[in-house]
Design a protein. Structure first.
Length: 129
């Protein structure tokens, strides 16, 4: 039995929306990760989108999430397991159950488009499972 990974946008649509020239090889994993993150934040509601306006907003949200994720990888990549500077410390690795930090990983533009598509629950800061 195969595990299917969702994609809310194709790389051609991504290039058209962002006016870029990514190859499928370059963004395939980022599209999957963005789609799964959006599914997580919409508590699966994004998997059942059927209307054209909602589908267009979902594609826009996914495109901007891919762009946001790519920029975050380039800008904030830290080599090593952890570092500390005075009272500030950062640890990479290990499991974390901080749902609020998961919510912050979503792009502000993606959040806006998901809200316009009525895919986010009102009154919730983050998905609480």
């Amino acid at each position: 039995m195969a595990i299917l990974r969702k994609q809310y946008i194709t790389y051609n649509e991504l290039n058209e929306i962002l006016d870029t020239s990514y190859s499928e090889k370059d963004v395939h994993q980022l599209i999957i990760e963005a789609s799964e993150l959006i599914s997580y934040h919409t508590v699966g509601k994004s998997d059942y989108v059927t209307t054209d306006p909602q589908l267009n907003y979902l594609k826009l949200a996914t495109a901007y999430q891919v762009s946001f994720s790519e920029d975050a990888i380039d800008e904030y990549e830290v080599v090593g397991d952890s570092f500390g500077l005075g009272r500030l410390s950062q640890s990479n690795g290990g499991a974390s159950n901080d749902r609020a930090s998961e919510w912050k990983k979503i792009s502000p533009k993606a959040n806006q488009y998901l809200s316009l598509a009525y895919l986010l629950y009102k009154g919730c800061d983050y998905r609480n499972v």
